[in-house]
Write a protein that binds this ligand. Structure first.
Ligand code: EZ4
Ligand code: CO
Length: 402
């Protein structure tokens, strides 16, 4: 079964998505997500100019060989642009293989390990009261797990807090917005949010929080300790992880479970974190960490060290990523949870899919493949619009982590 065409489709149904469609001489095609938020066109060029010419004529069934060919063959290894491009090819090839086998993708991976995929939703508000109300809404919708973020007094904007309660979209400006950040104000405020949430909703709902890479290890240790009475499911991205050893300090001080890895692109980004058991959940995803072929290796290493999966699933990961992730989640033995930020109706229409939400779980359909398609005609109606994530500055103007 030969690959005869590799189409890179760029579309902006409310936000930008890059999608790879691989076509074969058997009439089967596969779809992969290639969206790298704020750097979309770098992956478009990587795929169009450098990957597509090497794929034409290759056997679509040789997923592993093509993965190695693109990873080793580039000579320049790793990095988010490379790994997102490889991921798109890999996801499309798994889609094709599953369609050829006449099976939903999870069957090829080893079948179901669970009845459904527990997901967490995003509750946010300008203040504690609003966030509490939003968490209540998610509980009413059936969610078992909710991430809670809230505005910080004296900071005009805060990560994760949006006007539209169902759809948080940080990449909204044609040039990066400049936000203000204060770790002191944040640390003083956040524990009271979780105190209020536990008072209101009791011990049952899983509560999560994302610090979005803004703390130093010792600050993260303080936050983790302060949150211990409220038994979080996890504290996410407390610290940037280029220096994996930094997590040792956090780990030594707190029993709050730690999650990190949405920006990771290979197993090398988390080797030490996993081997030293410095985290509890690994957030690497299908789309940014080399596809199912590579994510499976990360999950296997994680499982040796008591680390479970918690794949990234924000709106900048297209429904194609979500579909592929759900098949992965259904199989992976050391599954933890899946992030699920709902897409807008406009996005859902461009990417017809068969996954459904019920009682806090997502379920995939039984159709062959990963179950997500792209409506190319509709996609063509929404041309690319340049959009950047914000940057953060401290009060004195110093550029900080967003
Ligand atoms: O800021 O996906 O947990 N989710 C997140 C996301 C990220 C965006 C960046 O593109 O941290 O909201
Ligand atoms: Co995050």
């Amino acid at each position: 079964m030969k690959i005869i065409d590799a189409k890179v489709i760029v579309s902006c149904p409310g936000r930008n998505f890059v999608t790879l469609k691989l076509l074969t001489d058997a009439g089967l095609y596969g779809i992969g997500d290639a969206t790298l938020n704020g750097r979309e066109l770098a992956v478009v060029s990587y795929l169009q100019d450098h990957v597509a010419p090497c794929l034409i004529g290759r056997d679509a069934q040789q997923i592993e060989d093509i993965w190695q060919y693109l990873y080793r063959g580039a000579y320049w290894r790793k990095g988010p642009v490379t790994m997102t491009a490889i991921a798109a090819v890999d996801t499309a090839l798994w889609d094709i293989k599953a369609k050829a086998a006449g099976m939903p993708l999870y069957q090829l991976l080893g079948g179901k390990s669970r009845r459904g995929v527990m997901v967490y939703g995003h509750a946010n508000g300008e203040d504690i009261e609003q966030t509490v109300e939003q968490v209540g809404n998610y509980i009413d919708m059936g969610y078992k797990a909710i991430r809670a973020q809230c505005g910080v007094p004296d900071l005009p904007s805060t990560y994760g807090v949006s006007k539209d309660k169902m759809f948080y979209e940080p990449a909204a400006a044609a040039l990066p917005a400049e936000n203000l950040w204060s770790t002191e104000k944040y640390l003083n405020h956040i524990p009271s949010l979780f105190e209020k949430l536990r008072q209101t909703f009791g011990p049952e709902p899983h509560l999560l929080h994302d610090a979005h890479h803004r703390l130093t290890p010792i600050e993260a240790a303080r936050l983790g300790k302060a949150l211990e009475p409220y038994c979080l499911f996890w504290l996410e991205d407390a610290v940037t992880a280029e220096n994996q050893a930094g997590f040792r300090i956090v780990r030594q001080h707190t029993t709050t479970p730690l999650a990190v890895g949405e920006v990771f692109s290979t197993v090398w980004d988390c080797k030490q974190l996993l081997e030293e058991q410095l985290i509890d959940y690994i957030r690497a995803t299908v789309v940014h960490a080399g596809g199912i072929t590579h994510l499976r290796r990360i999950a296997d290493l994680a499982s040796l060290h008591h680390v479970r999966t918690g794949c990234h699933g924000a709106t900048d990961l297209s429904p194609v990523s979500m579909g592929a992730a759900l098949h992965f989640d259904l199989w992976v033995p050391n599954f933890g949870i899946q992030e699920y930020m709902r897409h807008t109706q406009m996005t859902d229409e461009v990417f017809p899919h068969n996954y459904t939400f019920k009682d806090g779980y997502l379920h995939v359909g039984e159709e062959p493949g990963h179950g997500v398609d792209i409506d190319e005609k509709l996609a063509a109606k929404y041309p690319y619009q340049r959009a950047y994530l914000p940057v953060n500055r401290l009060h004195d103007g110093t550029l900080y982590n967003w």
